[in-house]
Design a protein around this ligand. Structure first.
Ligand code: RB5
Length: 150
């Protein structure tokens, strides 16, 4: 898959760790930065990754900030984005299988590099199960595009 990754200044090292894990799994990874020592506000890169994934230029996105919270909130403002903050692999896996999450956010001040790699591994190897879950995800989509009332 084509994966785009980005962070704020708090998430640089963990972002690189997660990008490496995705590459090790055989994915094509584009890293939008920032470089070490460059400060960037998390909404900027959260929205950037969200827009690229929503536009279909990338299959999935991964984001890192201090907690993973701010950058996921920003990404979730982009229609079509289902961003999840995960601190353990179980939620990451289920977010793909049941919620068809398309952006993973992790907190660099919360999760260490080894656990982050496990989270990425579970997230990227899980697949959306469809079925009843597809109906529920469609209900989420409806919140962005309410069906015209008859
Ligand atoms: C930056 O200091 C910090 O606020 C940010 O990385 C993130 O934790 C926000 O949610």
């Amino acid at each position: 898959m084509k994966i785009v990754v980005a962070s704020d200044h708090a998430g640089v090292e963990l972002r690189q760790e997660m990008a490496d894990e995705a590459r090790a799994l055989g994915h094509e990874v584009t890293d939008l930065g920032p470089a070490p020592g460059v400060a960037i506000d998390y909404p900027v890169n959260g929205a950037k990754v969200g827009r690229l994934v929503a536009a279909g230029e990338y299959d999935l996105g991964m984001l890192v900030c201090g907690t993973g919270v701010g950058i996921s909130i920003a990404a979730n403002k982009i229609p079509g984005i289902r961003a999840v903050v995960c601190s353990e692999p179980f939620t990451a896996r289920l977010s793909r299988q049941h919620n068809n999450s398309n952006v993973l956010a992790v907190g660099a001040r919360v999760v260490g590099p080894g656990l982050a790699r496990m989270i990425v591994n579970d997230w990227l190897t899980a697949e959306f199960e469809g079925g009843r879950h597809a109906r529920r995800v469609a209900l989420i989509d409806d919140l962005e595009n309410p069906p015209a009332s008859s």
